[in-house]
Design a protein around this ligand. Structure first.
Ligand code: NCD
Length: 329
């Protein structure tokens, strides 16, 4: 489904993570190591002193070519809690808006001895492109590229699922909404499959479900009652209107009537199902407030888990780079 094959370039010669671009193609061992590492950082987040010295002396650059609040701020906090120096670049106001190319911007940042780039970009493949062209020893973390991938979001969701449900085997997971434009859904599907979830479903109107989605090993539904039956995890997605070139929906109210997660529709899922959403949530469009704020919702836990998850992938990728450098010496 995805033409971008990043699986080979994100691992070093020892098979350890050195960039984090996509969950596609990563082994169960690596994904589990990421989850275990993130889990070990959760306790550090609950202490009064939250920092650990793993990235002391390193410089991380947050390169956000597309807007973000949650992802950008949790990457910033994660870098700070690893004791790194972090530079936030507001690209909209920077040199790219004056005509400088992406690679010129990167080469300038490299010349300032940056060690890691956290990249969000509206084009699918942007983080992969940067990882291919950057100087060795600089790690690239994908913070969301176009419709392609959002691996740290998917992994913080996996961490949340594992902490709430224990194991992935025998889990039924339903992903609901705008699957077509969602990099989150794609990254979640690859991670869920590799981690062993047996029943993965996508639910939405035909216009928002990619035609070839079932080739990823998921089942597609156009009906909430059928799709949510027996679900342990319900993941709601936002309508990505900024990526819709044509009208793909009759109206928001019709969408909400058919696919919005109301208390009534949630009752189709298992009674102990958890409700997730990567944010930003649109209340009354894809989810009812009573559900978003209700007892089954783990939406704010996802946000909390974003920090230890981002700490984990940053620490692992930096250490994967260091190994390569030592080998070269
Ligand atoms: C997601 C994204 O940017 O892909 N949000 C996020 O990272 N928290 C999903 C979305 O924008 O709907």
């Amino acid at each position: 489904m995805s033409p971008i094959d990043a699986s080979s370039i994100q691992l070093n010669e020892e098979g350890r993570l050195k960039h984090f671009l996509t969950t596609e193609g990563l082994s169960r061992e690596i994904l589990t190591e990421i989850l275990d590492t993130a889990n070990s950082f959760i306790s550090t987040q609950e202490r009064s002193v939250k920092t650990v010295p793993l990235l002391r002396g390193k410089t991380v650059v947050n390169l956000f070519f597309e807007n973000s609040t949650r992802t950008r701020s949790t990457f910033e906090l994660a870098a700070k809690r690893l004791s790194a120096n972090i530079l936030n670049l507001d690209i909209a106001r920077s040199a790219t808006s004056k005509g400088e190319t992406l690679m010129d911007t990167l080469w300038n940042l490299e010349s300032m001895y940056s060690d890691m780039f956290v990249v969000r970009h509206a084009d699918s493949g942007a983080a992969h492109f940067i990882a291919q062209h950057i100087t060795p020893n600089v790690a690239v973390i994908n913070a969301g590229d176009g419709r392609h991938a959002h691996p740290t979001q998917a992994m913080l969701d996996m961490l949340t699922i594992r902490r709430e449900k224990g194991a992935f085997e025998n889990l039924t997971v339903a992903i609901v909404g705008d699957i077509l434009h969602s990099r989150v859904a794609r990254s979640q599907i690859y991670a869920l499959k590799t981690l062993g979830a047996t029943d993965i479903r996508v639910i939405g109107p035909n216009t928002l479900i990619p035609k070839d989605i079932e080739s990823l090993g998921v089942r597609a539904f156009n009906n909430m009652q059928q799709g949510l039956k027996g679900a342990d995890v319900v993941i709601m997605l936002r309508l990505q209107k900024e990526r819709m070139e044509t009208a793909l929906l009759p109206s928001e109210s019709e969408y909400y009537r058919l696919f919005g997660l109301s208390t009534d529709k949630l009752a189709y899922a298992n009674s102990d199902a958890i409700v997730m959403h990567p944010g930003p949530i649109n209340r009354g469009v894809e989810i009812e407030s009573a559900v978003a704020d209700g007892a089954q919702s783990v939406i704010l836990k996802q946000v909390s888990n974003g920090i230890p998850m981002r700490m984990a992938v940053m620490a692992m990728a930096m250490s994967g780079q260091t190994t390569t450098r030592q080998e070269e010496v």
